[in-house]
Design a protein around this ligand. Structure first.
Ligand code: NOJ
Length: 739
């Protein structure tokens, strides 16, 4: 089939817009979900919530009778739909749109495919801990292959919100606290979803969300207001979106929040001046769910109608909800309150994306056979296992307790997350199924010798007071080692899941304390969607394995690490605080006039440390690495040049291992106060025991700038310090001048 060429589709778009009625145009700027007819006595919203938290299985959900709006599709009134899953259903609806509607415009089917489709990968925060953008590109690619096989054209991912607040539940969905790393990962994920060719049957549209600064709500409370300087917005929160645009992202989702008093949904500066003007974005912008209507609740518009006008005039092209644009635009277009050219432009942007995707030429990109073949295939599971073990961060390993021998006599596996499939999937695993998950208990059983006894006891629930700690201690007290799997459930992170307290919930800490009293080595495996505050565990456990929520291959990946089939290499992308009272806490904070020191009147707390428990970039290995001989290719560099930074890294341990060599910079004197350290480069290397490698990282001097008060990006001359090391706290130091 001939793919539409660019020139060709621009003409066809003009022709279509000329022919379209107002109602057909409005149909293109609305994204509708199939409405559910009441089931289990619940409203559609309640049903979806139950599906997301796993109380209703996808199979049950599929059986619920729903309205797919076939008549409206036939009338050409629906341009995009969310939540239609499956090759057969999507093809059936597409057929109505393409063959039975007047203009035959194909529907765009969207879904939240956040970290895998049926092959659920680690949550994005975990994947980021691998510091392996290429692998993250591959997992996004696989997600695209599976989702497209199930009729999906468009994912609402990647989430690019930099966040420094562990209370915010959606840290699970992002790449952590650092802008530089998040920007690299943003580009990889976009390229993975969209592939080399957007019109390939295996590519889906990416959606850079939530534009912007949604990850910085006051108090860490989801949907809350965001108040920050424009400089911080441009230096910290916008760059991952710019990187996504440069990587060719086709769509962007506006955030729920306001920034400095203006909701993102109606923010002309952000949607038009910055996104399209400065960055050159040429796709379309969709609102977050119902966020146009919510501008009236914000009090930024007198009523929903005014919100619709403000949003579309600000540059928001598609409304993710049924009622708002659909009900509020027609009269305002008819009486001239909104110019039809504004609507035409939004329609044009949406149609352009449909053409670029090849949907007009190839509206049916899949069928039932393909769907069955692709989904959860062995090749995908292999990548899932590798990604999962590379996402794990070893936080403590006293007396080289790990890796464990496979021929121990007795292993006690305890904790509410040890034999648990659902909570390994993490947030937003809409299509994921707990029966696809290798639990940690089964991964361990599979890994050990056949005569090793593995006993399991739950100990307590994740939340609440129910416990059987006494019995668990009895079972565990004659074992060689206790592996305690504790943490959070899937629903404790993600959207609308902010926490006041980031300790282990329920009786889990009590369980660990009792287990510790047995005197047996205590290996704690953490399963969680955010950094937790774990000072007691850090002090008392023998080893700590931060495993996050690793998806369908959780148990195998964790067993690979516990028994040494994989030497852990992940490093934290979010700071671990001692206490929630330190939050927000992040390594790249601006220098203060009174940095924390011994004397009282410095920036610290009187009842706890100012330093974090585990810093950004931290993670151990089963071997050790020694850094020496740091050198720079020059001590004076010009703004447009590159500096070569070299360092010798040696594996001084007994096993081969990977190290993430990190490069940080500090601009010592500047016209604006600068962060004490900023990541500007990294390299992941593999070294055999005794092997030494001279690692070179090229530092682009152009990346050392910041935004001045007029939002100009400037790189200033003067002294810079530069650090190369294993994390943001340790490292060798040199200096250079930008001239
Ligand atoms: C609301 C969430 O904020 C957004 O991330 C998601 O893509 C939409 N709902 C659609 O489910």
């Amino acid at each position: 089939m001939n793919k539409s060429s660019k020139k060709d589709y621009e003409i066809r778009i003009d022709e279509l817009i000329y022919k379209m009625t107002l109602a057909e145009k409005i149909g293109q700027v609305v994204q509708l979900s199939p409405s559910l007819f009441g089931a289990f006595g619940l409203t559609p919203d309640e049903l979806i919530e139950k599906l997301v938290i796993g109380e209703i299985s996808p199979e049950e959900f599929e059986k619920i009778d729903r309205n797919y709006h076939e008549d409206e599709i036939r009338q050409g009134l629906i341009g995009a739909m969310g939540g239609v899953i499956g090759a057969e259903k999507s093809n059936e609806l597409q057929k109505i749109a393409v063959e039975e509607s007047r203009l035959g415009i194909p529907i765009l089917f969207g879904l939240d495919v956040i970290h895998g489709f049926r092959t659920v990968f680690p949550i994005p925060l975990a994947e980021a801990c691998s510091w392996e953008p290429e692998l993250m590109r591959e997992t996004a690619r696989i997600a695209a292959k599976e989702a497209s096989a199930a009729g999906i054209h468009w994912t609402f991912a990647p989430m690019l919100d930099v966040s420094r607040d562990a209370r915010w539940g959606r840290v699970a969905e992002g790449a952590g606290e650092d802008t530089f790393l998040a920007s690299i990962i943003a580009a990889s994920r976009v390229k993975g979803f969209q592939g080399e060719d957007l019109s390939s049957d295996e590519s889906i549209l990416a959606c850079a969300k939530h534009y912007v600064a949604y990850g910085a709500p006051v108090g860490g409370r989801d949907y809350n207001t965001v108040d920050m300087s424009l400089q911080a917005l441009h230096d910290i929160y916008l760059p991952p979106f710019e990187a996504a645009v440069q990587a060719g992202v086709a769509t962007v989702m506006s955030a729920f929040n306001d920034i400095n008093g203006v909701p993102c949904t109606t923010n002309k500066y952000l949607l038009t001046d910055v996104l399209r003007g400065m960055y050159g974005f040429d796709g379309f912008v969709v609102s977050d769910a119902n966020s146009v209507a919510e501008c009236a609740i914000h009090g930024y518009a007198e009523a929903r109608k005014e919100a619709s006008k403000k949003a579309i005039e600000a540059g928001l092209d598609m409304d993710m909800s049924k009622g708002t644009f659909a009900e509020d635009l027609p009269s305002q277009l008819e009486d001239g309150t909104i110019s039809e050219e504004v609507l035409n432009e939004a329609v044009r942007r949406i149609l352009r994306v449909k053409f670029k995707m090849g949907l007009f030429d190839n509206p049916y990109r899949t069928d039932k056979d393909k769907e069955e073949k692709v989904i959860l295939c062995n090749e995908h599971l292999k990548v899932a296992r590798d990604m999962a073990r590379r996402s794990i961060v070893l936080l403590k390993n006293e007396n080289e307790m790990l890796p464990l021998k496979k021929n121990l006599k007795k292993i006690a596996v305890v904790g509410p997350l040890a034999d648990n499939g659902t909570d390994m999937l993490g947030t937003w695993a809409i299509v994921g199924r707990s029966e696809d998950v290798v639990t940690i208990l089964s991964g361990i059983k599979e890994a050990v010798d056949s005569d090793t006894e593995v006993v399991y006891s739950k100990g307590c629930e994740i939340e609440g007071d129910k416990e059987e700690i006494k019995k668990t201690i009895e079972d565990a007290s004659d074992s060689d080692v206790i592996i305690a799997v504790v943490g959070e459930s899937s629903e404790m992170s993600g959207e609308a899941a902010s926490r006041i307290d980031i300790n282990l919930p329920g009786k889990q800490l009590e369980l660990l304390k009792e287990l510790h009293k047995t005197g047996k080595p205590l290996v704690v495996v953490l399963v969680n969607g955010r950094p937790l505050s774990i000072p007691w565990i850090s002090e008392n456990a023998t080893a700590i394995v931060e495993s996050w929520q690793l998806g369908v291959q959780s148990g195998n990946a964790i067993a690979d690490v516990l028994f040494g089939d994989y030497n852990p290499s992940g490093k934290l992308v979010s700071t671990f605080p001692y206490s929630v009272g330190q939050v927000p806490i992040y390594y790249n904070h601006p220098m203060t006039g009174r940095p924390a020191g011994k004397i009282k009147f410095t920036s610290k707390y009187i009842d706890g440390p100012a330093e974090p428990l585990y810093p950004f970039g931290f993670g151990l290995s089963y071997t050790n690495f020694e850094y020496s001989n740091m050198s720079l290719s020059a001590n004076k560099v010009t703004k447009d040049s590159k500096l070569k930074v070299s360092v010798d890294v040696k594996n001084t341990g007994k096993v081969q291992g990977e190290e993430i060599v990190q490069l940080y910079v500090y601009d010592v004197v500047a016209s604006r106060v600068r962060p004490v350290k900023e990541l500007k480069g990294f390299k992941k290397i593999m070294l055999k025991p005794g092997q030494l490698e001279t690692v070179s990282i090229e530092l682009d001097i152009n990346t050392l700038g910041f935004h001045d008060e007029n939002m100009n990006y400037v790189v200033e001359e003067g002294l810079f310090k530069i650090y190369v090391g294993p994390n943001s706290r340790e490292g060798l130091e040199e200096e250079f001048y930008v001239i």
